[in-house]
Design a protein around this ligand. Structure first.
Ligand SMILES: NC(=O)c1ccc[n+]([C@@H]2O[C@H](COP(=O)([O-])OP(=O)(O)OC[C@H]3O[C@@H](n4cnc5c(N)ncnc54)[C@H](OP(=O)(O)O)[C@@H]3O)[C@@H](O)[C@H]2O)c1
Length: 286
């Protein structure tokens, strides 16, 4: 798809990957509808974008009905003006590196909601307002293909998102809507706590700049690439885990001491986006 002059809805726009992606999309001439909870961050981002007046923002919590209704209401106003959205990027996500036994019920529900239920519901709504040809791109994770200690519910949500993307793409075959799935590996954003960054360093796991992920998203949209995993050896591990999961279990077993050490450190690190945050909904038109 040629992104020039296309209307693109981007969730998680205020985050590390989202902000980079917004910059790249704006440079391609796309008109952006930016969504996140933090209005101040979204406004700052909008001001920094090329042709800032061509973009609009909505601050809404997408994990609750009120936030999703505000989004649908906002999009309806575009539809009534004859503007159609060509791309939905489900990028908003969250996680918490912690043993399942130590997680609170609300934190688990929030993680499953934002990473899995929300993109499913937004994709369903998009079937009504997305232009044909149109694209839904879901941002998953390498952890959607490899179960990893400390991330059990996040792995479950991203694995679900992968299967959802695959099924919906097949369901919509011939309809003019494509559903794509991208699995980044560790990326340098605020999503990862200092303890997680330290663990990645200790284990020699590579961490990408958010621009790397943004470049992959652009390429996938432009060339309509169905699914992609970023980085070696993560791409290879995803395949090995599918065919020989015990080999990956053996490899992770060797990391257990480092993982437990980091999880202990991480207990004191409470992530703000894992709290229940009351977000007033507000929008700025194009
Ligand atoms: N960073 C990594 O290592 C990594 C690796 C693989 C995959 N990913 C995936 O990449 C995507 C982007 O992650 P990131 O690293 O850019 O994370 P990030 O910097 O923490 O950004 C997360 C984004 O999601 C938004 N968000 C959080 N809760 C929300 C809610 N309830 N309603 C609406 N928006 C909400 C945040 O905005 P507000 O806080 O303003 O709401 C922010 O814009 C996620 O799906 C993540 O799972 C990341």
């Amino acid at each position: 798809m040629d992104l020039n002059n296309k209307l693109v809805l981007l969730t998680g726009a205020s985050g590390g990957i989202g902000a980079c992606l917004a910059q790249s999309l704006a440079k391609r001439g796309a008109h952006l509808l930016l969504v996140g909870r933090n209005a101040a961050k979204l406004e700052k981002l909008q001001q920094q974008l090329q042709n800032s007046e061509q973009h609009a923002l909505l601050s809404a919590d997408l994990t609750c009905d009120a936030g999703r209704e505000a989004l649908n209401h906002w999009l309806e106003s575009y539809r009534q003006q004859g503007q159609r959205i060509s791309v939905l990027i489900n990028n908003a996500g969250t996680n918490q590196f912690q043993f399942l036994s130590q997680r609170g019920k609300e934190s688990l529900q929030n993680e499953l909601n934002l990473n899995l239920t929300t993109p499913i519901l937004l994709s369903q709504a998009a079937l009504h307002w997305l232009e044909r040809p149109g694209i839904i791109l879901n941002v998953g994770s390498a952890f959607g293909s490899i179960g990893y200690p400390g991330y059990a519910s996040y792995c479950a949500a991203k694995a679900g998102l992968h299967r959802f993307s695959e099924a919906l793409d097949r369901e919509l075959d011939g309809s003019g809507i494509r559903v794509l799935y991208l699995a980044p590996r560790a990326t340098k954003t605020e999503l990862n706590s200092p303890a997680v960054n330290e663990l990645n360093q200790k284990l020699g796991n590579r961490s990408d700049e958010p621009q790397v992920v943004a470049n992959h998203v652009i390429e996938m949209l432009e060339e309509e690439i169905t699914a992609r995993w970023i980085g070696w050896p993560e791409k290879l591990f995803a395949k090995i885990n599918q065919w020989f999961p015990s080999l990956v279990s053996q490899s992770i077993r060797k990391q257990q001491i480092a993982i437990h050490h980091s999880l202990g450190k991480n207990l004191s690190h409470r992530r703000t986006n894992d709290h229940d945050v009351e977000v007033p909904t507000s929008s700025k038109p194009l």
